[in-house]
Design a protein around this ligand. Structure first.
Ligand code: HEC
Ligand SMILES: [Cu+2]
Length: 338
């Protein structure tokens, strides 16, 4: 087979594989690691661009010299002479030692400065919100210790806010990642990692992910970051801290069923942790079970058979009749803060 025939096969194959890369984009989901939304992410992105720039520069220089040498010093037909051998040029040696040194300094100074500034412990800083983020198979719990708020799945934060996360996990290792706000960090059972981030200047919803393979439904272990205005955030805090209102008579059967079958794992007052997500304000969440659209059918589908929706989920399927599940859905829909 001549060379062209080989390439005729390889090129279309490469084109097909490059299509697969389009699946890597998070564009359109409100969060993209190379589209920073706040200053921590911007600084990190700046470092990526700087190191990429230096690397590309080095690659270009090396390749230009390399091809120059190949072409310029080719063996020419009819000329078997050996070119002049050069050895030990002080000038060249100094140049190719000093230039990399300068490049490394350009890379090192901002890298070290930014790494240390982003790695400070802000636990005592009153301006920085402290949130404990706890990874569970396959959901995220958020605890605002100072405010005595426990919530899950949707992380609510005000705009322009510096946040320090205390990261931990209850079962296996997970990794906490909000691509639009900065790099990820592991959450390990039994110890706490501190992660410092800040929020965008404008209200928006960002995507958060678990970035460490943690089991069957790892890929579904998403969360949402609802960045809201100051006023909205204050209202959210006040509503979360207020007791959950009594329900109307027509949803009482659902409430009763919930109390009997679900309360052992799910609190509906935000001051308590539980084996499952705290459901205060559940109906306001963006998604059901962290990935399904918030509709009655999806809530029904989830509570009837969680394993079917999210393989390996630790929420058990409770043996109830469809009517009873419908009553519970009606009750769950009342768990709203507005
Ligand atoms: C043994 C503990 C346990 C019991 C009992 C339990 N759940 Fe759950 N529930 C969980 C866990 C754990 C999750 C998170 C699962 C996940 O996302 O992987 C969950 C998730 C949920 C969610 C989704 C929350 C969200 O914000 O996405 C709803 C709704 C829910 N449960 C309702 C119920 C109802 C209704 C019952 C009773 C019929 C019930 N649960 C019984 C543990 C439990
Ligand atoms: Cu995980």
């Amino acid at each position: 087979m001549n060379r062209w025939h080989l390439w005729k096969r390889i090129i279309p194959l490469l084109m097909v594989f490059s299509l697969l890369l389009t699946g890597c984009s998070l564009v359109g989901q409100g969060s993209n690691p190379i589209d920073p939304k706040a200053s921590v992410a911007e600084e990190q992105y700046g470092l990526i661009l700087l190191s990429l720039g230096i690397m590309i520069l080095v690659v270009i220089v090396v390749f230009v010299l390399y091809f120059y040498a190949i072409v310029r010093y080719r063996r020419k037909p009819g000329d078997d002479s050996i070119p002049k051998q050069v050895e030990g040029s002080h000038k060249l040696e100094i140049i190719w030692t000093v230039i990399p040194l300068i490049l490394l300094l350009i890379l090192a100074i901002p890298s070290v400065a930014i790494t240390f500034s982003q790695d400070e412990d802000y636990t005592e800083d009153p301006e920085v919100i402290q949130v404990k983020a706890i990874g569970h198979q396959f959901w995220w719990e958020f605890e605002y210790s100072d405010l005595e708020i426990y919530t899950a799945q949707d992380l609510v934060l005000p705009v322009n806010q510096r946040v320090q996360f205390e990261l931990t996990a209850t079962d296996v290792k997970h990794s906490f990642w909000i691509p639009g706000m900065g790099g990820k960090m592991d959450t390990n059972p039994g110890n706490i990692n501190l992660l410092y981030l800040d929020t965008p200047a404008e209200p928006e919803v960002l995507l958060g992910k678990c970035a460490e393979f943690c089991g069957a439904s790892h890929a579904l272990m998403d969360f949402k970051v609802r960045v809201v205005s100051e006023e909205e955030y204050d209202a959210w805090v006040a509503n979360m801290q207020a007791p959950t209102a009594a329900v109307d008579a027509d949803v009482q059967s659902g409430e009763e069923l919930f109390k009997q079958n679900c309360m052992s794992c799910h609190a509906i007052e935000s001051g308590f942790p539980g084996l499952g997500p705290n459901l205060k304000g559940f109906a306001d969440r963006e998604l059901v079970g962290s990935y399904l659209e918030m509709t009655d059918e999806n809530i029904f589908k989830w509570i009837k058979n969680p394993q079917e929706v999210k393989g390996g989920s630790t929420m058990p399927a409770i043996p109830l009749e469809d009517d009873q599940f419908h009553d519970i859905v009606k009750y769950l829909k009342t768990l709203t803060l507005e």
